[in-house]
Write a protein that binds this ligand. Structure first.
Ligand code: OFO
Length: 162
């Protein structure tokens, strides 16, 4: 049986995931405003993924008969200094989320809650991907530098995200 503490922490993680969705949606709006439509598209997709992450936890809690308690979602930043700055902020955020998932996993081990530990394994792997893809994009920005043509090409590349 899931503990109250674990239920509370999973509810908190729903909020973290929904905030992630909101943050990337805000980044998508920022990029659309800057006419960087490829980056806007990438962030929109990312936002949708984050919503699904939140819903995965929602589904787990309801499946095991634990209580879902939604909280208010913080207001995200609305502007960044540059496209590179926004992606750096996204990477920093994913490192934070990885930390949250690791702490949840630690708690599941501590409480010998094997069902929740198994459930969280998917998130542990997902975070490896999330951090790796954000790092790869930040690295590409370093190569682009001040080159506008290269920025245009990167925008196009990210616009092809399925
Ligand atoms: Fe949900 O993985 Fe990003 O935040």
């Amino acid at each position: 049986m899931i503990s109250e503490k674990m239920t509370k922490q999973l509810n908190k993680q729903i909020n973290e995931e929904l905030f992630s969705s909101y943050l990337y949606l805000s980044m998508s709006a920022y990029f659309a405003d800057e006419s960087l439509d490829g980056f806007a598209h990438w962030m929109m997709k990312q936002s949708q993924e984050e919503y699904e992450h939140g819903m995965k936890i929602f589904g787990y809690l309801t499946d095991i008969g634990a209580k879902v308690e939604l909280d208010k979602i913080d207001k995200p930043e609305l502007k960044w200094k540059s496209a590179e700055d926004a992606f750096k902020a996204a990477l920093k955020h994913e490192i934070h989320i990885t930390d949250c998932i690791n702490k949840l996993t630690d708690l599941a081990y501590e409480e010998k809650d094997h069902a929740t530990r198994g459930f969280l394994a998917w998130f542990v792997q997902e975070q490896v991907e999330e951090v790796s893809s954000a790092t790869a994009i930040v690295d590409k920005f370093k190569m682009v530098g001040e080159n506008k043509t290269a920025l245009y090409m990167l925008d196009r590349e990210l616009g092809s995200r399925a």
